[in-house]
Design a protein around this ligand. Structure first.
Ligand code: NAI
Length: 336
């Protein structure tokens, strides 16, 4: 059985997902495309040699009877509208993060999905599909380090453009950590605080950089994440889980260890796209398999809502300088 997929938004990640469905993954085919910039949809069609129809609008694409599942890869502001429309049409939908740009938008999606009686949505949080994070999760779950007490983490980019402003450190950068720590710890957050160290001279005027975000979970685990988006030296993701009986560290990406010019070293990545490149393949294959088996198991709408609520509290904490509560109801059985 081949799952027929329609893609809404054929920009950077939409085109890349269409490529991986066509050239790398199994069990699915892109048969429909749309973008507000129709030239972009036509380009993806011709670049990949797709036998696909181009639709003037995402709603026309969702309504098409031959489309089994929808990829929502347009700008965040349009996600909610298309995800809700896909749910109402009874179609599976993979939505890139953010699920919606507001917590209320995520709630609307959760309500629509629960009303449909069936899990139809997977959110594009790909870190749970990364082999390093999976090893870290297996280590925690095995009890090898005892109960996790603390996480020290860092999300560093070499540099960001001038349009990057302080809240983006949360909504665009930290958002992946907010999702992955909940999954790693099987726990929810109760509060957030943000503190600002001395600002780097490499940061533009509208971004405080670096920032340290501190989170507390229901079980009392404390997390500190350094978000440093002008670190200059590379793209670097660190995660160290301190348990009662040991420490488990996220493995570094594989790289050749070289001896040269009186140096012993390894090259670091500089482009974030390369860091989780395999995880994107695995997450989308999992979506295709989930649609085929009528059983989605990846990051769900509740994960999208939890990330949005937590991100809002972090932005509030950036502004207030206070510890801000993160209030999220217990995960409904529907999403367990
Ligand atoms: P992009 O700007 O390259 O592409 C977005 C495309 O959506 C554009 O071609 C635009 O014309 C189209 N579009 C906007 N509104 C539309 C509408 N109403 N209907 C149809 N098409 C519409 O952006 P990019 O980088 O591809 O990001 C898209 C989404 O994917 C964002 O939500 C972003 O946060 C997410 N993303 C997730 C990543 C991850 O690591 N999981 C990585 C990169 C992006």
């Amino acid at each position: 059985m081949t799952i027929k997929i329609g893609v809404i938004g054929t920009g950077a990640i939409g085109a890349d997902h269409a490529r991986r469905i066509t050239n790398t993954l199994v069990g699915a085919e892109v048969i429909a495309l749309t973008d507000v910039n129709l030239d972009s949809a036509h380009k993806v069609k011709s670049d990949l040699g797709l036998n696909a129809e181009i639709y003037p609008d995402g709603h026309d694409l969702i309504a098409r009877s031959g489309v089994d599942a929808v990829l929502v890869t347009c700008w965040g502001a349009a996600h909610e509208e298309f995800v809700v429309a896909a749910i109402k049409a009874g179609k599976y939908v993979f939505c890139e993060k953010p699920l919606a740009t507001t917590a209320q938008g995520c709630r609307n999606i959760v309500e629509a999905e629960m009303a449909s009686g069936k899990r139809l949505v997977q959110v594009g949080f790909m870190r749970p599909y990364d082999s390093g994070y999976k090893m870290l999760k297996d280590t925690i779950d095995s009890g090898a380090i005892g109960e996790p007490l603390m996480i020290h983490a860092a999300h560093r980019n070499a540099s960001v453009p001038e349009q990057y402003i302080s809240p983006m450190a949360i909504h665009d950068t930290l958002i992946h950590e907010l999702d992955v720590f909940r999954w790693l710890l099987d726990d929810d957050y109760v509060s957030a605080q943000v503190v600002f160290p001395r600002k780097t001279k490499y940061a533009h005027s509208k971004v405080a950089d670096p920032q340290i975000v501190m989170l507390e979970t229901k079980k009392g685990t404390r997390i500190d994440v350094e978000v440093f988006v002008n670190c200059q030296y590379g793209y670097d993701i660190q995660c160290s889980v301190v348990g009662e009986e040991g420490i488990a560290n996220l493995p570094e990406p594989q790289a050749i260890v070289m001896r040269k010019n009186a140096n012993l070293g390894q090259q670091l990545l500089t482009d974030w796209k390369d860091r989780f490149i395999d995880a994107y393949d695995v997450e989308l294959q999992d979506f295709i398999d989930g649609v085929t088996n009528q059983n989605l198991t990846g990051p769900n709408s509740w994960s999208g809502l939890a990330a949005a609520v937590s991100a809002d509290a972090c932005v509030k904490a950036q502004e207030s300088g206070q510890i801000e509560a993160i209030e999220l109801p217990d995960t409904p059985d529907f999403y367990r």
